[in-house]
Write a protein that binds this ligand. Structure first.
Ligand code: LLP
Length: 433
């Protein structure tokens, strides 16, 4: 088991995060509870800010907010000097409400609605990342009606086969995202944009997948994209100003995970862009990246109260917790693996192998299969580690279970960032007929 950031075990044998005893947080805020280690979030931002920078190349780090977004998180990201990737009207709304500078917002999505594009154009966001020709026409229409103009990037697909779960691979030839760099559509789009008065094409965006451990995938991506920019210039004369290489840097969840060394990987990506620009004789573009998971995953911990332990006829030991696939659907969806610790028995040796299951009416509602834990019992606090990314943001109300609260911890202080949903919240949009 690996503890991240400010997580420690105190003299009482309790897990502490940000100087707060997790057992006390459970008492104060209730369970389940998402705990965010603010110092680690800020540290991760600085690793990217400093690692993806060099004197001789213009760079920008954009946090992919789909991993975890709320008003407080937008504020932290802004304070840390990162830009923001949003992928829906809801994420854009949150960012704008948090006072995030619109010019530092990038809007993604493979099927943006008229209303979402209108919201983005009216707010004056930095870039819309257009997915296809139909979308260009929609952006054009919104700009014409609102008498505004917008800078865009085109989402392209470099066909890199990054080794990760099939559901989070995004760059295979049959991906729903972007246009392939091997097809004809990109040239048609350039042709279309030549006559546009409202849309200014700044460059290209790609993203090869998520939870990627092979640094080679990122190097191939940079290399393939630079070659594509050179070929495009040769064929059409288009000079690319900006190249966004997306996110996807894998993180440690459990034994066997080997994340790339970010410092090395980020520097090497920049080197490839610089070298290729020189050798291919094209303008060196500004380069962007969009980490989501690698900023927030390890900074999040979900705590649950154990409701009981059950031994099945087949010999499986279940630990039942008061949350489950509603606050963390990743095990059910991707067969994701997590580590956990009994927060109030953090110094005790493991006693048996357990399966951590939630409270949903679903056999697949399992958070962790086969984990060694100390003898867990009713009332214990179980902490599932590295749940910062794609947990709160993918949570649901299945079985009408309210979403947990989110608390930020730092230097012994705990600040509520998102309130726990109430039963009243759950029925707030229902209309009795
Ligand atoms: N940029 C774009 C365009 C993306 O589509 C994504 C993730 C990112 C950046 C950030 O990728 P990251 O650095 O977080 O890997 N729900 C899945 C992950 C889906 C990722 C979707 N796109 C999961 O829980 O593993």
């Amino acid at each position: 088991m690996r503890l991240f950031g400010t997580s420690k075990i105190n003299g009482k044998g309790h897990l502490t995060i940000g100087g707060c005893d997790v057992a006390d947080l459970a008492m104060q805020f209730g369970t389940p509870l998402y705990i965010i280690d603010e110092e680690l979030v800020r540290k991760n931002c600085s690793i990217f800010r400093e690692g993806f920078a060099a004197d001789d190349i213009d760079t920008e780090v954009i946090y992919a907010s789909k991993a975890f977004i709320n008003l407080a998180m937008c504020k932290i990201i802004n304070e840390e000097g990162l830009s923001l990737d949003v992928v829906s009207g809801g994420e854009l709304f949150t960012a704008l409400k948090a006072g995030f500078p619109p010019e530092k917002i990038y809007m993604h999505g493979n099927n943006k609605t008229y209303q979402e594009i209108e919201m983005a154009v009216k707010a004056g966001i930095g870039r819309i990342v257009a997915d296809n020709l139909l979308e260009l026409e929609l952006i054009e229409e919104v700009c014409r009606v609102s008498n505004k103009s917008v800078d865009i990037l085109l989402r392209v697909n470099p066909g890199i086969d990054a080794h990760t779960h099939a559901y989070i691979q995004t760059s295979k030839h049959d991906s729903k995202f972007g246009e392939s760099i091997f097809g004809e559509n990109i040239e048609s789009m350039l042709q279309h944009l030549k006559d546009s008065r409202n849309i200014c094409l700044k460059g290209f965006h790609c993203h090869i997948g998520s939870q990627i451990f092979e640094e080679e995938s990122f190097y191939s991506e940079a290399d393939v994209m630079m070659n594509f920019l050179a070929e495009l210039k040769e064929k059409t004369g288009f000079v690319t100003e900006e190249l966004n290489l997306g996110g996807g840097f894998g993180v440690y969840y459990s034994k066997g995970d080997r994340p790339v060394d970010l410092k090395i990987c980020l520097k090497n990506m920049l080197e490839i862009v610089k070298k290729q620009a020189a050798s291919l004789g094209i303008k060196q573009p500004k380069v962007m990246i969009e980490p989501g998971r690698s900023i927030i995953a390890n900074a999040g911990t979900t705590i649950y109260e154990v409701g009981g332990v059950k031994n099945t006829y087949s010999g499986r030991n279940y630990v039942f917790v008061d949350g489950g696939m509603t606050d963390n659907p990743r095990t059910a969806l991707y067969d994701a693996k997590y580590d956990a610790i009994v927060a109030n028995k953090a110094a005790e040796a493991s006693a048996a192998e357990f399966t951590v299951a939630g409270k949903c009416c679903e056999s697949g509602d399992v958070l962790i299969r086969d984990i060694e834990l100390p003898m867990a019992e009713k009332g214990d606090i179980l902490a599932v580690l590295s749940t910062g990314a794609y947990n709160y943001s993918m949570a649901s109300n299945y079985n009408r279970i309210p979403r947990p609260a989110v608390v930020l911890v730092k230097d012994g202080n705990a600040r509520l960032a998102v309130k726990r949903e109430s039963y009243e919240d759950i029925i707030s949009n229902d209309i009795m007929i």
